[in-house]
Structures are given as C-alpha cells and as structure tokens.
Design a protein around this ligand. Structure first.
Ligand code: IMP
Length: 400
C-alpha cells in the first residue's frame, strides 16, 4: 500500500536519527525529496555490512525504485555532489538514472567555504560552530541577489561573469584573495556531469503528485536550527521547518498529508548555542559513547543531555506534527538516572537495565521504558507511533 505524502522533520537540534525511519518508509514512496540545506547534513547507513554515506542526496535513494529530488531551496557543491554519487555507485547503487535537481538550486562554490571559515574566525567567542561547508555564505549570496543558480551552468559566459564578479566583490569587501579562474575551472570540470540532472523540478513534482505519485519529504537539520524558529543566531541559514518544505520544493501545503517529527530519547547538539539540559559530566560522556554521538559531517563530538520536552512540544505545535518517531531509546538502557525537562523543571523517571534492542512489540518493553514513552507522549501532546531500539535496520517498534 502506498503512503500519503509524508514529511519528516527533526524536532530538536538535528542528528535525531531520521535516516532509520526514512529507510523503513522509503520503499513505499515514488519520490524522496530534499528541500533545504546542503552537505552540512550527513548520515551513514549500514545495510548487510555495506556502508552508504549521504550528505546532500536524499537517503531514501537507498531504495532502488525511488526518484531522488534536490529542490530549489538547496545549495549544491558540485564536486562534492559528484563524489557522493560516485561513492554510492561504487557500492552498486544506481543514482545517476534517478536523480533530478532543480535548476533554481544555488551553486555552492569553494569560496563560500573560505568565507564560512573566515567569518567564524572573525566572530571569535561568538562563533556559531558551523559545519564550515559554506552553507551560510551561499544563502547570503542568494539573499543579496548575487547567487549563482544551477541553471546558470548552461551558459559558460554567464557563469564566468557571475563567478568573477562575486570573487571581486568579496576580495574587496572581506580582503580575501579568492581566485575566480580556479573556481571557474573547478565548475567547468564537472559541469557536463550535472547538466542532465537539471530540470524545473517544481512543475515536474506537481505533475507527479497530480498523477498520484507519492512523495517523502526528507527534512534536513531540525526545528531548533531553523533560521526563524531556532535558537537564533545559533542556527543554520535556511528554513528547515515545515514551511521550508513548501518553498524549498515549490509544493503547496495541502499536498503534505502527514508530518512525522523525529525525536531522540535524549538531546544532542553540535556547535555553539543554548542547551539547558546539557550534561557536562560523566553521564553526558556515557550517553555520548553509547549513542555514538559524533558528527557525521565534521566528526565533532556532540554535546549530550536530557530530553527537553518543552522544545519538542514547540516543534510539534509549529510544524503541525501528526506523530513522533522516538529514536535511540536503547541508549538510555542501564543509565544510573533518567530525567526529562518539562514546564520549567526536571521530572525523574525509573530506569531499566534489560537489553531492549531485540524487542519488536511495545508491550514487551520493560515497564519503566513503556512508562517513559507514554509520559513523553503526554508532554509532547502527540502520539509516539514508532520507537528506535537499536542500531540495526529492524530495531524499530511500530505501535498501532
Ligand atoms: P551550518 O549549517 O554549517 O551553517 O551550521 C550552523 C549550525 O547548524 C551549527 O551549529 C551546526 O553544527 C548545525 N548543523 C548544521 N547541519 C547540521 C546537521 O545536519 N546536524 C546537526 N547540526 C547541524
């Protein structure tokens, strides 16, 4: 049975483990689409010992019958994209014949990365802790109306003109030594490999929806990293909440029938910014180690802490989330204590020590784990319909 068009949105600060649910659901969809961000996102999926690494491509492309779509709201670094495609194809996955990229998506050049690094240095103690992938500076160009879109690749003269102008501009204003010839050469070397993927994907997507094809909107980053709704200024540079799905792909809200929020059973954050439930102690270290909490893109250790139910509830309300997928419940197994922040105070929960990674029915979870889930559900104000209980693909409990 085909699902309704579904969006998947992180409810915390990213790295909630969206990949697993996407993997479980993607085979029921025709199209998997990314609407915002670039290769600041990242995750690794291991299936039968084979490792697959996704940064910009939607991870639902792991299922060979899906069409992958990179929307107009995304920013694309061409050499990285080609590398990602080639690495996935080396594993036997066919990507090139089922990928579409919006000709309105913006080109992320090497100079955006240099500027990202430079701005972080200039900010000193106020740095954001970005992934240094050039995401912010690329969206700056877009908002300044000097951005270069993938559609510009079709005309070499236009491309050259824009790259030279932009490099000159930043060399003057930021006192950099950007090399426009080198930037151009980098793009020209791979241009031919991408032209075939480009299309007016908004119209294409709407035609597909009208024809009854089903779409999985694969969110990147998460609610509290949203440029408007997140913990500004410690956020990413795009709209990663539900509205961003509509603008980043050119699809009307009425075509998104189901919105799933992804919530980790505790909280993590990479980069700077407020995190009131952070555990700067041994317990935090235990969670970091057990949960393998190291960034997929940068390798940075993630800050770890208790679940903050208030920030999840805010995401539920603002994104109109219909159900929650709770991830990594198994990481809490065996902890000395268990707490959740809710309405201004900590609530303490009973702990459990039994291995839960092989359990496939909610009723078979230890009573303390069941209680944790049921109480969270009340705090979030929405049903927790699926629960991740271990790293394996199958370690996912679905509730009726
Ligand atoms: P940027 O998106 O690289 O500009 O980084 C801005 C903030 O968002 C930093 O705190 C990053 O660590 C964070 N961030 C960006 N992408 C992700 C992600 O996929 N997972 C978690 N944090 C992210």
């Amino acid at each position: 049975m085909k699902q309704q068009n579904t969006a998947i949105i992180g409810t915390q600060w990213g790295d909630e483990g969206k990949g697993k649910l996407v993997d479980a659901l993607a085979s029921q969809f025709d199209i998997v689409a990314r609407s915002t961000g670039g290769s600041n996102a990242g995750h690794t999926i291991v299936v039968d010992g084979q490792k697959y690494v996704f940064h910009l491509l939607p991870s639902g492309m792991l299922h060979k019958n899906t069409i992958g779509l990179i929307g107009n709201g995304c920013v694309v670094h061409l050499p990285d994209l080609i590398n990602e495609i080639n690495n996935l194809e080396k594993t036997g996955l066919d990507i090139k014949n089922r990928l579409k990229i919006s000709n309105k998506a913006h080109l992320l050049l090497d100079y955006h990365r240099l500027i990202d690094t430079r701005l972080e240095e200039l900010k000193g103690d106020n740095k954001i802790g970005t992934t240094k992938q050039g995401i912010g500076p690329c969206y700056v160009d877009k908002a300044m109306r000097i951005g270069i879109r993938l559609g510009d690749l079709a005309d070499e003269a236009v491309l050259k003109d824009k790259i030279v102008k932009n490099c000159d501009f930043y060399n003057k204003t930021l006192d950099l030594k950007l090399n426009s010839q080198q930037e151009l050469a980098t793009i020209l070397a791979v241009r031919e490999q991408v032209l075939g993927f480009l299309d007016d994907t908004s119209l294409w997507l709407n035609t597909q929806i009208a024809a009854g094809k089903k779409v999985l909107f694969e969110g990147a980053q998460a609610h509290h990293l949203d440029i408007d709704h997140g913990t500004y200024p410690y956020v990413t540079s795009s709209a990663v909440t539900i509205g961003g799905v509509c603008t980043g792909l050119g699809v009307a809200p009425k075509h998104i029938a189901n919105i799933i929020g992804i919530t980790k059973a505790y909280t993590t954050r990479v980069g700077e910014g407020p995190f009131r439930t952070e555990l700067n102690n041994d317990l935090g270290k235990v969670i970091q180690t057990t949960g393998h909490e190291f960034g997929a893109t940068t390798g940075r250790p993630r800050r770890c802490g208790w679940l903050d139910a208030d920030i999840v509830r805010e995401s539920v309300i603002i994104n109109g989330i219909d159900e929650i997928n709770l991830t990594k419940l198994d990481v809490l197994t065996g902890l000395a204590e268990l707490k959740v922040f809710y309405q201004g105070e900590y609530k303490t929960f009973e702990v459990w020590s039994e291995d839960i990674s092989q359990i496939s029915r909610f009723e078979n979870l230890p009573p303390a784990a069941q209680k944790y889930v049921l109480e969270l559900e009340k705090m979030f104000g929405v049903k927790i319909r699926s629960i991740g209980v271990g790293p394996e693909r199958e370690a996912l409990i679905f509730r009726n």
